[in-house]
Design a binder for this molecule. Structure first.
Ligand code: PLP
Length: 447
């Protein structure tokens, strides 16, 4: 069996994909028996690797008890227990959870919750969302509308919703050489205030941003102080702050949520990938008590819903994932191995003429490729360097998550490295060696 023999519509149907057959810790094994070290967690999903028995057993046990019960009739124990677990550890002020099946649904839910919050308050003129050009919030129409991924937006532009986009906070590309990081963070955040004033504060619903930008830019952390200033601006104008931690959440950055490291709490936080770690499809929209109280004290019903919200088996799987992370001290390992991996990548690529930047938090690391290290000139997008690196890495038996294209008006190629939290020193060494060989092969072929 190969992609040419399947009826599944993949993103690139003409590509012939290997067939994944089994998992062994951080490795995926294909039908030819080849082992791939999963150094991207798929797309920053598989934080426990691919064979965690405690999660598999919890899912089986839930299936034996009750696979699913529609939330129009019942709540269920695993979903309630998972909500308790999340709220006990959530940023301040967040008090309720809406469970969905993935990241796009979580962000759609967040945007609709935010709109209904103002509707309940009689602020029906609030209709605008502000986001950043360098961002990805999912593929459904509203999520794509606020996203900044030019490639994914292109053919849908005429049917997307109007949304405002400000510049991202991206020190490597946008900080001036005469500017301290903190100064730059304030300058970048102040673009939000200008945009709110341009639109009219009484018309703005929310600002949505990834805490650490994942797929579109390669693990770009905010400058120090950026999100504190963003929080102040949102509060000044009564605008809600939605943080998309679909990729950066659930421990990926070394703390449960990336925003803990920025010292702020959003009004709504979304998470997905690491929540179920790939064992089940699940996402969550975590909302403030204030939003919950406004809706329950107003019309009393959230005008939104999906068939699989609060899915019992998905929740049981996710709860088991979160318990394993705590029992095994995996946040600590994520911080330790993340620091080690960044250090080793730094050593390996210290004098590499094509590596411009290595950045990130925890096991969420981005490596940016440039044609010229001094000028930071990116490679010609037509070369599709990121795709070449992905192919060369797969040859090496390494899964990484490269991306490229025009983002924020600039071309650029990067490799996202986001391995499972269970890796040890040996895996770190393998990732670095295999990636070095893949980058060498791809950049040599690109000229
Ligand atoms: N938000 C972010 C930050 C993401 O990285 C993604 C997926 O890559 C999404 C939202 C969409 O999630 P999903 O693909 O589960 O719908």
């Amino acid at each position: 069996m190969s992609a040419n023999h399947t009826r599944i519509l993949h993103r690139e149907p003409s590509r012939d994909l290997p067939v994944a057959m089994s998992g062994d810790g951080p490795f995926v094994i294909d039908s030819a028996g080849k082992r791939y070290l999963d150094a991207s967690g798929g797309a920053a999903v598989s934080c426990l690797g691919h064979s965690e028995r405690r999660v598999i057993e919890a899912i089986k046990a839930q299936l034996d008890r009750l696979p699913y019960a529609h939330t129009g009739f019942f709540t269920n124990e695993p979903a309630e227990a998972l909500a308790d677990h999340l709220i006990e550890r959530a940023p301040e002020g967040l008090g309720h959870v809406y469970f969905v099946s993935g990241g796009s649904e979580a962000n759609e839910t967040a945007m609709k919750l935010a709109r209904q919050y103002f509707f309940e308050r009689g602020e029906t003129g609030r209709r605008h969302f502000i986001a950043r050009r360098q961002s990805y919030h999912g593929n459904t129409i509203a999520a794509l509308s606020v996203g900044g991924n030019a490639g994914r937006r292109a053919i849908y532009e005429p049917i997307l919703l109007p949304a405002s986009h400000i510049a991202p906070c991206f020190e490597y590309r946008h900080r001036r050489s005469d500017e301290a990081s903190e100064e730059y963070g304030i300058r970048a955040a102040d673009e939000l205030e200008a945009e709110i004033l341009r639109l009219g504060p009484e018309t703005v619903i929310a600002f949505i941003a990834e805490t650490v930008v994942g797929a579109t830019a390669g693990a770009v952390p905010p400058a120090p102080g950026y999100f504190r200033r963003i929080r102040e601006i949102c509060d000044r104008y009564g605008v809600l702050l939605i943080l998309d931690e679909v990729m950066s959440g659930m421990g990926r950055t070394g703390t449960l949520y990336g925003c803990e490291q920025d010292g702020i709490a959003p009004d709504i936080l979304t998470c997905a990938k690491g929540l179920g770690a790939g064992y089940q499809p699940i996402g969550a929209t975590i909302l403030s008590e204030r939003i919950f109280d406004t809706i329950t004290g107003g019309s009393g019903a959230f005008q939104h819903g999906f068939t699989y919200i609060g899915h019992a088996t998905a929740a049981a799987g996710a709860l088991a994932v979160q318990r394993v992370i705590e029992e095994d001290g995996l946040l600590e390992n994520c911080r330790l191995m993340g620091a080690r991996l960044k250090e080793r990548l730094g050593e390996a690529f210290a004098s590499h003429p094509r590596i411009g930047d290595i950045r990130g938090r925890g096991l969420f690391i981005g490596v940016e490729l440039v044609e010229d290290r001094e000028t930071k000139k990116p490679f010609d997008p037509a070369l599709r360097l990121h795709a070449r690196i992905k192919a060369a890495a797969m040859e090496e038996g390494l899964m990484v998550y490269p991306a490229g294209g025009t983002v924020d008006g600039r071309a650029g190629d990067h490799v996202l490295v986001a391995p499972p939290f269970i890796i040890g020193e040996g895996h770190v060494g393998m990732i670095v060696e295999k990636l070095q060989r893949a980058v060498a092969a791809a950049t040599a072929a690109a000229g």
